[in-house]
Design a protein around this ligand. Structure first.
Ligand code: ZN
Length: 372
């Protein structure tokens, strides 16, 4: 009897959370899409982050047992959602030769790539051969001596990038929940070797499961918001492609503003996995947390980011804590879901802004698949 009443309390709590959350699910969408969007919750992002960043995974160093555990976990989660394997060749894994980085890297399993529940709507053969590819890197630095004597030597990478993997897993769950799949296929690529120079995504972009000219867009998350809901979101690379309009339209349904990189001196467009897609010609959206935090004084968000960069980024202290606030990560993951769905259903693929540095690469990739 006692157990039953506890369970009921849990259900009621969930219902009230969803009700309070309405705006961030994206006004103006169909009930089915709203329902799928509402499946992206703080609990989901927290649970994935907590596991992936635990000491058990030993910092997910490339080609280590800890990183293999992370890959196995990600694969299990996708299998449980009903996502199908989508690596080239048909499995879950794309093996990536990491030659010249470190002898021990040899050829481990590196990618977890899955085709979404989306197999393409019958009667839409052209669009179903095209794809939207989500990425988040699962690797971090493993175990090595930290900069301070009190450090525990495990580089847990909770924010970087357990939180991004958690966010993309939550997006996959929302897609898996849709009864009507989008017109284009949706892939979730959990890439490795990012911290060693974007190696996994480079290999993936050069050996993709669909011709690169048919990849409509890449949506990447590297570090999710840990400091609360925001009125804004940053699109790193704003101005570079027609994805601007899509991000702005989706953000508007959440009542949020889209901003360019707030730390432009960091060169961030060229420093995470979306860069390899862009180099191959694929329009890419690198979504980064906003800093205009609801309920906090002006400047609070930027302070959080600067303190993280100083004390936590690429240090053993990037650990999971119960105090991390993933309510903003939920907003951003929901935006990523609605953005990918919008791009996957659009009549035409996104295009680079005229004169952009990656426009020529796109033309080459698209020309390569044109029937002669
Ligand atoms: Zn990262």
């Amino acid at each position: 009897m006692r157990r039953l009443s506890r369970l009921l309390a849990g259900v009621l709590l969930l219902a009230s959370t969803l009700a309070a959350d309405r705006p961030s699910v994206g006004r103006g969408n169909t009930p089915e899409v709203l329902r799928a969007t509402a499946r992206i919750t703080e609990e989901v992002i927290r649970a994935h982050t907590k596991f992936l960043a635990s000491d058990l995974l030993e910092g997910r160093g490339p080609a280590t047992r800890g990183d293999s555990l992370a890959e196995t976990y990600i694969q299990s989660q996708m299998e449980a959602m009903g996502v199908k394997p989508g690596a080239p060749g048909g499995g879950w894994i794309q093996k990536v030769p990491l030659v010249g980085v470190k002898a021990s890297f040899s050829a481990p399993a590196v990618f977890r790539s899955g085709r979404g529940s989306a197999e393409g709507v019958p009667g839409d053969p052209m669009l179903s051969s095209e794809a939207v590819v989500y990425t988040a890197h699962h690797d971090h630095f493993g175990i090595k001596a930290g900069p301070r004597p009190e450090d525990d030597a495990i580089y847990n990478g909770a924010i970087d990038n357990a939180s991004g993997v958690a966010s993309i897993l939550s997006v996959a769950r929302a897609f898996a929940d849709l009864r009507r799949p989008p017109r284009r296929s949706v892939y979730f690529a959990f890439v490795a070797g990012e911290e060693q120079g974007l190696l996994g995504s480079q290999y993936f972009a050069m050996h993709p499961p669909v011709p690169v000219g048919r990849i409509a867009a890449n949506i990447n998350i590297d570090e999710a918001n840990w400091f609360g809901k925001t009125r804004d979101i940053s699109l790193i690379g704003l101005g570079k492609s027609s994805l601007d309009r899509d991000v702005i339209a989706v953000a508007k349904t959440q009542g949020r503003a889209v901003k360019p990189d707030e730390f432009p001196d960091r060169g961030r467009f060229y420093r995470s996995d979306q860069f390899n897609f862009a180099k191959a010609g694929v329009p890419a959206a690198y979504l980064k947390f906003g800093t205009d935090v609801i309920g906090k004084p002006a400047g609070y968000g930027k302070e959080q980011v600067e303190a993280y960069e100083k004390n936590t980024y690429h240090q053993p202290s990037d650990e999971y804590r119960d105090g991390l606030d993933f309510s903003g990560a939920v907003q951003d993951a929901r935006l990523a879901f609605l953005l990918g769905r919008r791009v996957a259903n659009a009549d035409a693929m996104p295009v680079w802004t005229k004169g952009d540095e990656f426009e020529a690469a796109r033309k080459k990739a698209v020309d390569a698949i044109k029937p002669r």
